[in-house]
Design a protein. Structure first.
Length: 313
């Protein structure tokens, strides 16, 4: 029987205990799930991992065959010098659908001008203010075309939006105009009426949205960032909001979380703060991904969602 260490925060164990045991049994994996301090590190075969959990030094886990991350992002662990085991990120249906619903909701909010409508419930009939364009006449740009970005782009395209995607390396996605590289980024930003950022956190993406790149967007563009807080130069975004270059920003991720109460984003009239809720791993679906990867490893098959250490994702 193999040993699986659940190395997430203790308060998350009740959510995962039954789904993880069920998923392993359904996958035909005979496993004992143990908690930190309940077994010697050199007896562990697989680590179900969260960056917020108790395991930060992987050196004692000499028998571990893989580290299975419960988060989609791996930036908090991929650079850990003690990590020599294969690392897999989380890609599961629950997380993906949560992100799709969050992004779609906020894109529609900006597209339909709902903020202005809600602010005008004052008894004045403003029919002459006009109606929103149809989705096919609204240009949306998706930065990042990984599993989450591609799913969001395809959903928005299915609603009729004019969707362009950008990634560092070339991608092909049916129905989506895909751009890449520095020239592609400038082209994408130049017509992004609504910009969604779902890029990973890497040295190349840090402060990608800065004073120079924000100036490329059409005046009054909206930004939705449920990706990584490091993608945005906060000072540059605040300046662009104050100048009217950016019309509004919905931000779900930040360099420091929880976002400090005194941070200017909280009080800015053109910023919506959401508390990192866009997409979270659901225990039932995440457990199935973990169990499938353990089954694959035990039968000699390739692991799913294996991280390329050199690229950082």
């Amino acid at each position: 029987m193999i040993r699986v260490l659940f190395a997430d925060r203790a308060e998350n164990w009740p959510r995962y205990e039954a789904p993880l045991a069920h998923a392993l049994a359904q996958a035909g994996v005979r496993a004992e799930i143990v908690l930190p301090d309940a077994a010697a590190p050199d007896s562990i075969d697989y680590i179900v991992y969260s960056p917020m959990g108790p395991v930060q030094d992987f050196t004692p886990f000499t028998r571990a065959k893989a580290v299975l991350n419960l988060w989609a992002g791996v930036e908090r662990v991929v650079g850990n010098k003690t990590l020599t085991q294969p690392l897999c990120r989380m890609v599961d249906d629950g997380l993906e659908r949560g992100m799709v619903e969050y992004v779609t909701g906020h894109v529609l909010r900006y597209h339909l001008g709902l903020d202005a409508t809600l602010a005008q419930q004052d008894g004045i009939w403003r029919h002459d203010d006009g109606v929103p364009p149809l989705a096919r006449n609204r240009r949306v740009v998706m930065l990042g075309l990984g599993a989450l970005g591609a799913a969001c782009a395809q959903t928005l395209s299915g609603l009729g939006f004019d969707v362009t995607g950008w990634s560092r390396s070339p991608k092909q996605i049916a129905g989506i105009a895909c751009l890449d590289g520095a020239a592609g980024l400038r082209q994408a930003l130049s017509h992004a009426e609504i910009l969604v950022s779902l890029l990973p956190d890497t040295p190349e993406t840090s402060n990608l949205l800065n004073a120079q790149t924000l100036a490329l967007l059409p005046k009054g563009a909206a930004i939705i960032n449920p990706g990584r807080g490091t993608l945005i130069d906060d000072a540059a975004l605040l300046a662009a909001l104050d100048a009217g270059q950016i019309g509004h920003a919905t931000l779900d991720v930040f360099r420091v979380e929880p976002l400090p109460p005194a941070h200017p984003y909280w009080a800015h009239p053109r910023v919506t703060v959401t508390p990192h809720i866009a997409a979270e791993s659901r225990a039932e679906t995440a457990a199935q991904v973990v169990a499938e990867n353990i089954r694959r490893s035990e039968t000699g098959e390739a692991l799913l969602y294996l991280i390329d250490r050199a690229r950082g994702y």
